[in-house]
Structures are given as C-alpha cells and as structure tokens.
Design a protein around this ligand. Structure first.
Ligand code: ZN
Length: 331
C-alpha cells in the first residue's frame, strides 16, 4: 500500500528502478504510524511481481502476486520483533533475534526460487539484538545479486550506525493537515465524526493519519458496544447492534464485553462506588447491578471465556453477538 503522503518517496523509488540503480539495502525511517512497513511490502511486491504496472507497482493478480497475497512467496522474507522465548514476563521485550537473522541471511545467499529478486523486509529494525545486528551486517556488506533488504524504523538513532551507513535512506514525514483530513474522511466511511474530532484525533496521534484512523475506529467501536450493552436499560433493541459488531475485530469486542461483565461483578461484590473500567457508564451499570442474577452472570462469563479460548475458530459473528447480547439482556 502506497499512501497519498508517500508519493514523493515512491517517485524516488521509481526513478531508481527505471535507472536500474536500486540499492541492495534501504532504510525507511520517520515517525511511527506513517505506514513505512506497508510501503516496504508494496515495494517488495512490486519487485517480485511478474507484470508490474507502468508506474512499477505490483499487478496484484499474476502468480507471484497471488503467492505474495498468501504469504507463501519463496523469495519474500518478512521479519518483525517477537517476544523473547522462555520468558515468564507478561510484557516481554520484543526483539529480532540472531537465529532468525541467520536463517534469513542463509536464504538470501541462495539463488532466487522464482528467478528474480529476493527481498527481505525487517520491520522495526531498531529492535534487532546487538548480535542479530552484527550478523546482518555481514550480509549488508556482501549482499548477493538481486537482493534487496528493506529496514524500517521510527527510532532511527537506535539502529547501529554501521547498519545505517550501509543502507540508502528514505525519510518519511508527517503529511500536512489537509491531506490527512481528506484521507481520514475517505477511510471513515459511514462515520459521523466531525472535522473537529478528526483534527483532535490527528493531534493526539502527533499527525499520523494511520494512528488517528485507528483511534477513531476504536472509539466508534467502544461507543457501539456501549450502546449495545446498555440497550436493555435504555429501551432499545440490543440485537439491532449485532450486525454492526460483526464488522469489528472479534477479540476486541469479546474483551470489551469482558470489561462490562467484570465491572458488573465488581459493583455487585464491592458496592456501587467500586473502581470500574467503563466509568462513563457507571449509572447504567448501577441499574444493571440491581437486577442481575449472579448465576446467570457467571454463565455469561463462561460463555465469553469459551469464545475467547476458541476465538480462532471461524463462526457466524452476527449470530455470536446476538447470542451474547441476549444472555446479557437476560442477566
Ligand atoms: Zn503481479
């Protein structure tokens, strides 16, 4: 995906491709939330595509593009930080490890399986462990033919200068407000957010349109979930929200429902003044707490936990939300 605010960077890449002067390593840096990794993947796809368009973008339907879409192209490698193994920490540090870099460099040294480029994208390359960075350095110094390594980072200074100096740099900057606003409006189809709200969200996201969009969508999602969870009290039909909820990420809605169930449990066990997550809906939760049957609340928890545990199984999500909302209304 090439975003509207990445046009000048893409033009630079196009010129390099046209002149057959693409370097073997690129370093994409700039603020978080500007879509650098998406740009890296778009470039990788463009190089691996068998029928790229006139402006050098991937066609999206050749065999290579199909393999790329299925994440099974043998000449495309993607690494991003993962939690350290064997850690008991709940929030383990995320790293790109030496073992993964060794495997990657081994593959980049082999010949291309599809007769063309071999491309590696390393997202958040500043999270390379020192030993992984060292290991990568050797490949950056002596890359094979038709190899492109693309590193991305929002914290360029954290990447060893030995690595940075071996890459051609491409800087991404925050787009101007008008461009961001236009893009947000296009991508918030059906939302009734005002221009003022869009601007506020952009400011909170330090000008990143992607982060602003994400925050706005999350806020909308929370609002819809709250309306569904309070429908029984406000005299609305909760089932009417099931189709809308089915458009969101299942796990996020399940977690949202868990937060409502947990608030309710706390208010019943510890009183109306308990600390709760959905503070702005305290009066609705108080009304619910007065009428709830605890046995049914525990069953609702079980129902939620079952779905969290089996969240990877595909289900008809509208039916799932209808069932859960029905249980919630009948607590
Ligand atoms: Zn293609």
């Amino acid at each position: 995906m090439i975003y509207p605010w990445q046009q000048s960077q893409w033009q630079q890449i196009e010129q390099l491709i046209s002149a057959d002067r693409l370097p073997h390593a690129l370093f994409l840096h700039g603020n978080q939330g500007l879509g650098k990794a998406d740009f890296a993947v778009a470039l990788a796809n463009a190089l691996l595509c068998k029928q790229p368009s006139a402006d050098h973008q991937a066609c999206g339907h050749c065999q290579s593009c199909q393999l790329l879409a299925a994440n099974t192209h043998p000449d495309m490698y993607y690494l991003k930080p993962v939690p350290a193994e064997n850690t008991k920490s709940k929030k383990p540090a995320l790293n790109i490890r030496i073992d993964d870099i060794r495997v990657l460099c081994g593959k980049l040294n082999q010949t291309s399986q599809y007769g063309g480029y071999r491309v590696a994208v390393l997202e958040q390359a500043d999270q390379l462990t020192p030993s992984a960075a060292n290991s990568l350095l050797k490949t950056l110094e002596e890359p094979g033919k038709d190899v492109l390594i693309i590193l991305t980072s929002a914290r360029a200074h954290r990447l060893p200068v030995t690595i940075r100096s071996r890459c051609q740099q491409l800087r991404f900057t925050v787009p101007d407000e008008a461009q961001s606003l236009q893009w947000l409006k296009q991508n918030l189809d059906g939302s009734d957010a005002s221009e003022k709200q869009l601007l506020q969200s952009l400011n909170h996201a330090f000008g990143s349109p992607l982060a602003a969009l994400n925050n706005l969508q999350e806020a909308e999602q929370q609002q819809v979930l709250a309306e569904a969870m309070t429908a029984g009290i406000t005299g609305k039909n909760s089932l009417a929200y099931a189709a809308k909820l089915a458009q969101y990420t299942k796990m996020q809605i399940l977690e949202g429902m868990l937060s409502w169930a947990s608030d309710l449990t706390r208010m019943i066990a510890c009183g109306a003044e308990s600390t709760i997550i959905n503070e702005q809906y305290r009066s609705n939760l108080q009304a619910l707490a007065k009428k709830v049957n605890q046995q049914r609340l525990f069953r609702f928890y079980d129902q939620l936990n079952f779905n969290v545990l089996h969240s990877s199984i595909a289900v008809n999500e509208q039916l799932l939300w209808e069932n859960l909302l029905l249980s919630w209304d009948n607590l």
